[in-house]
Design a binder for this molecule. Structure first.
Ligand SMILES: *Cc1c(COP(=O)(O)O)cnc(C)c1O
Length: 412
């Protein structure tokens, strides 16, 4: 039996790719008293947040903020823009793309799940899902659709189950090259505020995101960033919607309020997180995550273990998937690390169950917490009998010490 009264000393290492560790400053902001969500103070907060969040998505258009997890915002994107039986194309990058496709089917949409080649000569026993979205396959599929039956293309920007990113601009260009009117919907639930993202410039119609990944908040709020074409599509879309309906929210948001009780204390946290991200600067935030990811990969490479992402151009700045040797249950390694060293690592999801684990490098982290994370992983792998080519810790230490953070270079 788990003794819930027992708390180990020190901080638990929450090294899963979301929920990410929440900065103290955000937690403190959230502990302030809840205010009247119809009062004057709230309206001012609402307006500040609604314009602040636009700078993170890089959009001039409305952003919906829902008191729901990311899954709710997935549903909101679909039901506001589509009608029963509409045909949509999705791309199988991993477990989250699969869950979104399953949801679309449950909502009565006709879903087509494109997948790239899975074969991997370099690693014969490799698990699946090691690549990103193939824009050329999307373009070829859209070109076949001369009747424009396909109403939307849905892709995941940072596939959190694998640690593979996808080139969203390439998908936009594929849709344009095929001269196809399909809407482009992008799940950047874990990519936003970690990896470069440009809603307007990349011509995305709906971007879906969540609070508990790059935004460094607890779970509980999620987002839809819209385009004028998405708002147009809403006017003729026939899927049933009430709570998720954009029209009432857009109207009330004009004065900083919502049609229902918003998640007041999480919004205090969002206000704080936006200030932190804006003070650091988005380019620095992205560089910081790239640097952490490179340091973690230096350790994994020194161990001699394969990285789940097979394409170095698409390495995720958010997390790194580590494939365990054939016969080593990655979940057993995770359990041992949790028991011995009080650290949580991400499990292998769906098709990847037992074959890999995920190291999150996002949220309230720094070089030393990541080195401690890698020390825990290295000890856990050794205790599990995994033969390592070498120690990963010195490799990560070398990387971090020879690559000072961009913010330090600027201020020196
Ligand atoms: C976390 C995540 C989700 C699911 O979000 P919830 O907040 O768990 O509902 C969906 N897609 C991606 C890419 C994610 O990382």
């Amino acid at each position: 039996m788990l003794n819930l009264d027992f708390h180990p000393t020190g901080r638990h290492f929450l090294q899963i790719p979301g929920p990410s560790p929440v900065p103290e400053r955000v937690l403190r902001a959230m502990s302030l008293p809840t205010i009247d969500h119809r009062g004057p103070e709230f309206g001012a907060l609402g307006l500040k947040l609604l314009s602040g969040i636009q700078t993170i998505f890089k959009t001039q258009h409305p952003v919906m903020i829902y008191p729901a997890s990311g899954t709710g915002a997935w549903e909101a994107a679909l039901v506001n823009t589509l009608s029963p039986g509409d045909h949509i194309v999705m791309f199988e990058t991993g477990h989250f793309a699969s869950l979104w496709a399953k949801m679309a089917a449950r909502l009565g949409l006709s879903t087509e799940f494109l997948a790239g080649a899975e074969s991997d000569e370099q690693l014969p026993h490799a698990p699946s899902w090691r690549h990103g979205v193939q824009a050329d396959l999307i373009e070829a599929r859209l070109r076949q659709d001369s009747q424009h039956r396909i109403k939307a293309v849905c892709v995941v920007h940072n596939e959190t189950s694998t640690g593979v990113t996808s080139d969203i601009l390439a998908v936009r260009r594929a849709i344009d090259a095929a001269k196809h009117p399909a809407l482009l919907m992008v799940d950047s639930i874990s990519g936003l505020a970690c990896a470069d993202y440009r809603h307007d410039e990349w011509g995305v119609d709906v971007t879906i995101s969540g609070s508990q990944k790059g935004l460094m908040l607890p779970p509980g709020i999620s987002f839809n960033a819209l385009s004028p074409r998405a708002i147009d599509a809403m006017k003729s879309a026939k899927l049933p919607r009430a709570f998720w309906a954009w029209d009432e929210i857009i109207e009330m948001n004009k004065t900083g309020y919502w049609p229902y009780t918003p998640n007041t204390n999480l919004l205090y946290g969002l206000s704080e997180a936006l200030e932190m991200i804006q003070a650091e600067g988005l380019p620095q935030v992205f560089a910081r995550h790239q640097r952490w990811a490179a340091g973690v990969r230096a350790a994994v490479t020194a161990w001699g273990l394969p990285i789940q992402c097979a394409d170095p151009k698409l390495y995720s700045p958010v997390l790194t998937g580590v494939i365990t040797p054939v016969g080593v249950d990655a979940d057993a390694v995770r359990r041992l690390i949790h028991q011995r060293f009080d650290m949580s690592l991400g499990t292998g999801l769906g098709k990847l169950k037992g074959r890999m684990f995920r190291i999150g490098h996002l949220g309230d982290s720094n070089d030393l917490t990541l080195l401690a994370t890698l020390a825990g992983v290295e000890m856990g792998l050794k205790l599990s009998g995994v033969k390592l080519a070498g120690s990963g810790l010195p490799a990560a230490m070398d990387y971090f010490s020879s690559h000072p953070a961009a913010s330090l270079k600027q201020s020196s």
